[in-house]
Design a protein around this ligand. Structure first.
Ligand code: SAH
Length: 215
């Protein structure tokens, strides 16, 4: 199938999954997912599926990217922190919908590849950092929105501390891969409201930044 048709088919599929927000769909439509997957998977770049990106990690399923992006309730004034850059696909989608994305990845080789893609696509409102994202990004905090694309056992308190008043954080929580839930946290003054969205499957949030292929 030619590329254009498979891109249209993906958008139709996302609509069928209930992702009808026009801004979210057009942000997804503008990001060429084929640039974010390894060459061997290029033919499947527009399938609504997670795919391997090397180093034991995966690019998220487009429907999950759509849900998480929608639940972030973005607008062009907002500053977003993303933990788990991976391929940079979710980052690129966010970049079209907010003022600036700060994105943190612990695996240096993946981050370098993602940075190359942002440059080629001229996505100038993305700032990257090689670090353990569970520390957040204290120098730029607070953030109006936070998205975590790897699963923690519990909500990391440091990230909650870096959430601005009325800010929203979306993250998968749960130990076992079969047992994760997507959570939406909203800061209300000194307290936080929690909403459980859907069951999901994400790679785990791991400690420490790693320079090279993990053993
Ligand atoms: N959103 C990504 C999917 C990333 S998979 C995409 O669209 O491609 C999750 C990513 O989180 C992996 O790249 C993994 O290395 C990274 N990760 C895991 N623990 C981390 C941590 N503590 N800090 C930063 N990144 C982390």
């Amino acid at each position: 199938m030619i590329e254009y048709e498979s891109r249209i088919r993906l958008i139709t599929e996302l609509r069928d999954h209930g992702i009808t927000d026009r801004d979210v769909l057009s942000a997804i439509e503008r990001v060429p997912r084929e640039m974010f997957v390894p060459p061997a998977f290029r033919a499947r770049a527009h399938d609504n599926a997670a795919l391997p990106i090397g180093h034991g990690q995966t690019i998220s399923q487009p429907a999950v990217v759509g849900y998480m992006t929608r639940e972030l309730e973005l607008d062009k004034r907002l500053k977003v922190l993303e933990i788990g850059t991976g391929s940079g696909y979710q980052t690129a989608v966010l970049s079209g919908l907010c003022r600036r994305v700060y994105t943190v990845e612990r695996l240096r080789p993946l981050l370098r590849e993602a940075e190359g893609r942002f440059e080629r696509l001229r996505l100038a409102n993305i700032t990257t950092r090689w670090d353990d994202g569970s520390r957040g990004w204290p120098e730029v905090a607070p953030f109006e929105r936070i998205i975590v694309t790897a699963a923690a056992v519990d909500v990391p308190p440091v990230l909650l501390d870096q959430l601005a008043p009325d800010g929203i954080m979306i993250l998968p929580v749960g130990g076992e891969e079969e047992d994760q839930q997507l959570l939406k946290c909203r800061r209300r003054g000194d307290s936080v409201d929690y909403e459980t969205l859907w069951p999901v499957r994400f790679v785990p949030l791991l400690p420490d930044a790693v320079d090279g292929s993990p053993p």
